[in-house]
Unconditional design. Structure first.
Length: 187
């Protein structure tokens, strides 16, 4: 199994980092794409350097590398997650503006009809944001804002992150032990 994970400059780099960590623990091949602002957000929010973050993935590429294998529809994979997804990246994907590796890989994922999950990060949402999300949802893209759930009585920020990352793994059909499902015992 192969999963593409992209981290953009929106707040919430911990979602992408946690996803990479979990996929690594599950022995799933990952292809990590990072934007320049994503690198800065990773450092600011997690304290990780780019070198540390890239050790979490099987393969990694800067968003400027349009020669990477993930830029092609012939690259077989089982899904892509943009975590977090900035409104700039959302807009570019919605308009088919494949001017960097993140938006190109997303464009290819859509055209090949593979799962694409966008953890959009912004609040409040403008009509432009909502229209871009609706346009992509109508194309089959999953819009997964990292909105925390509280039924499992989270004790830490990591519990909140794990619950959302677990939802992304569910959507990719990947079995995991993250979070508590409705009706299960709490942490």
């Amino acid at each position: 199994m192969r999963i593409i994970v992209a981290i953009t400059g929106a707040s919430g780099a911990i979602y992408g980092i946690t996803l990479l960590e979990q996929l690594r623990l599950l022995h799933i091949e990952t292809h990590f794409i990072y934007s320049p602002w994503g690198v800065k957000t990773i450092a600011l929010e997690t304290g990780l350097t780019l070198d540390q973050a890239t050790t979490l993935s099987s393969y990694c590429y800067p968003a400027s590398d349009l020669t990477a294998p993930v830029a092609s529809g012939s690259f077989l994979h089982q899904g892509m997650v943009v975590a977090p997804c900035s409104m700039k990246t959302l807009a570019a994907i919605a308009c088919g503006l494949a001017d960097n590796l993140i938006t190109r890989a997303a464009d290819v994922t859509i055209k090949e009809r593979r799962p694409l999950i966008l953890m959009v990060r912004e609040t409040p949402l403008s009509a432009i944001h909502l229209e871009n999300m609706l346009k992509l949802a109508r194309l089959g893209v999953t819009i997964l804002p990292p909105v925390p759930a509280f039924y499992h009585r989270p004790q830490t920020i990591q519990h909140l992150v794990d619950q959302t990352v677990g939802r992304a793994l569910d959507l990719l059909g990947i079995t995991h032990n993250l979070g508590v499902r409705w009706g299960e015992k709490n942490h």
